[in-house]
Design a protein around this ligand. Structure first.
Ligand code: FE2
Length: 143
């Protein structure tokens, strides 16, 4: 089931909401590729490689943008958020790598586990933690 953006997910800062929506889109595209059974092995691997690459890159870009905005806005949750971001990046790297290795991985990750991880990773961690920003005056940076 794709993640559907809901207004409750809005942190009230346009740039951050736009980033989160973009992350939702990438994860929804990953879900399609992971669940598609009628593609060839090569097509599936290419799709996964491209989308995981996009997710990893955009996550780093988003986290640094968000931390930069929090820093210039003297947001008191910055330090906690930075620690959290480090863990989220490490988890994503670990899970996506093991998933791509398939059965060859020391601890393989199956389709359902990967999908569950991605939804939880984004919705429960990123969006719920970021919701603490709601109501704080966060200045937007566009870079
Ligand atoms: Fe965020």
């Amino acid at each position: 089931m794709p993640i559907v953006w809901r207004e409750e997910m809005s942190v009230g800062v346009k740039v951050i909401d736009a980033d989160h929506r973009h992350l939702v889109d990438i994860i929804n595209q990953l879900e399609i590729v992971i669940q598609k059974t009628e593609t060839t092995r090569g097509e599936r691997e290419d799709g996964l490689r491209i989308l995981f690459g996009r997710l990893r890159a955009y996550t780093r870009e988003h986290f640094s943008r968000e931390e930069g905005m929090q820093s210039t806005s003297h947001y008191k949750g910055l330090r906690e958020n930075q620690d959290h971001h480090k863990r989220l990046i490490a988890d994503l790297e670990d899970l996506s790598q093991r998933f791509m290795e398939g059965e060859k991985a020391a601890q393989p990750v199956g389709n359902e586990d990967m999908l569950k991880f991605l939804r939880h990773w984004l919705v429960d961690h990123i969006i719920k933690v970021d919701l603490k920003m709601r109501g704080h005056p966060i200045r937007a940076h566009y870079w």
